[in-house]
Design a protein around this ligand. Structure first.
Ligand code: AMP
Length: 283
């Protein structure tokens, strides 16, 4: 099991990738914020099926956190992450410090419309600007052939696709299925915040969404199906529901019956905000 090469500067990242490119290898990228779990590892495995080498970025990106959010307490565990990357077979880890990504003079921000509108943006209005900015930087730094993103963050995946289309970034975006625990809970670095009682509640999120998606597919009215899901989440023990909404899978425009859809939700358990989504099959 080989530990990956670890670099923390853009110059060292580019030097390594330039070496590889000279030998004609293809490169996949997996951007992460670290605290790696099986969901991240699944993306690396897909990346290594698509390309000869995989670079994983580990960077808790401050520009996607609002001042009220959990930037300071977000889990950071580089040593353990590197062990997991070795297991998964990733060859290169890019773990820059904040000053490397955002020097004091930094003054650019990318704003994406379309799929970024609504849902998460209604509650985290600056989130996708931060994501788009850091993803654009990572792609320009590493120039990968493809990059793998999880469907767990479904709106983010749509936003990144839009970003690449709009800015002609020549990176093939691959969406990867959500990895869940045995009870259906989507793996997330933020699950570490949950106590045992909260974990039991969190594990009901996916089943409630699947039930609502099945009701929609069977002809239920969208307003009642999503309201019923919100009610069920509160009854299960969630403290607050930010949204439960059905959207068209590709554009995230309002869902129309007989179109492939996605049911997306965000809800709070104490101070922890969880998101999940499921497919809505067209009739
Ligand atoms: P994060 O470190 O949370 O920013 O996530 C990095 C990447 O891993 C994103 O593309 C996420 O969508 C993806 N990811 C996070 N959790 C999961 C999961 N449970 N299954 C699949 N992909 C995931």
């Amino acid at each position: 099991m080989n530990r990956p090469l670890v670099v923390d500067s853009v110059a060292a990242l580019r030097a390594q990738i330039r070496d590889w490119r000279r030998d004609g290898v293809s490169l996949a990228m997996v951007p992460t914020m670290g605290a790696l779990h099986d969901g991240h590892i699944s993306l690396i495995r897909i990346a290594l099926e698509k390309a000869d080498r995989c670079v994983v970025s580990i960077f808790v990106n401050p520009t996607q956190f609002a001042p009220s959010e959990d930037l300071d307490k977000y889990p950071r565990q580089l040593g353990r992450d590197l062990d997991r990357l070795a297991e998964a077979g990733a060859q290169l880890a890019f773990a820059p410090g904040v000053a490397q990504m955002y020097p004091a003079s930094f003054a650019t921000r990318i704003t994406v419309g379309g799929p970024a509108a609504g849902l998460e943006s209604d509650f985290r209005p600056t989130f996708f600007d931060g994501v788009a900015t850091v993803v654009a930087k990572l792609f320009l730094q590493a120039s990968p052939d493809c990059a793998v993103f999880g469907e767990k963050d479904y709106q983010q995946l749509c936003v990144v696709r839009q970003l690449c289309r709009d800015l002609d970034l020549p990176v093939d975006i691959i969406g990867a299925p959500t990895i869940r625990d045995a009870h259906g809970l989507a793996m997330s670095s933020r699950n570490a915040y949950l106590g045992d009682a909260e974990l039991a509640v969190a594990r009901q999120l996916n089943a409630i969404l699947r039930r609502a998606a099945a009701a929609l597919a069977a002809g239920a009215d969208e307003g009642s199906a999503t309201a019923e899901a919100s009610r069920a989440l509160i009854e299960a023990g969630f403290d607050k529901v930010d949204y439960v909404a059905a959207r068209e899978s590709l554009t995230l425009a309002p869902w129309r019956r007989n179109r492939d859809g996605r049911l997306l939700a965000a809800a709070w358990l104490g101070k922890t905000r969880l998101i999940d989504n499921v497919e809505v099959l067209s009739a």
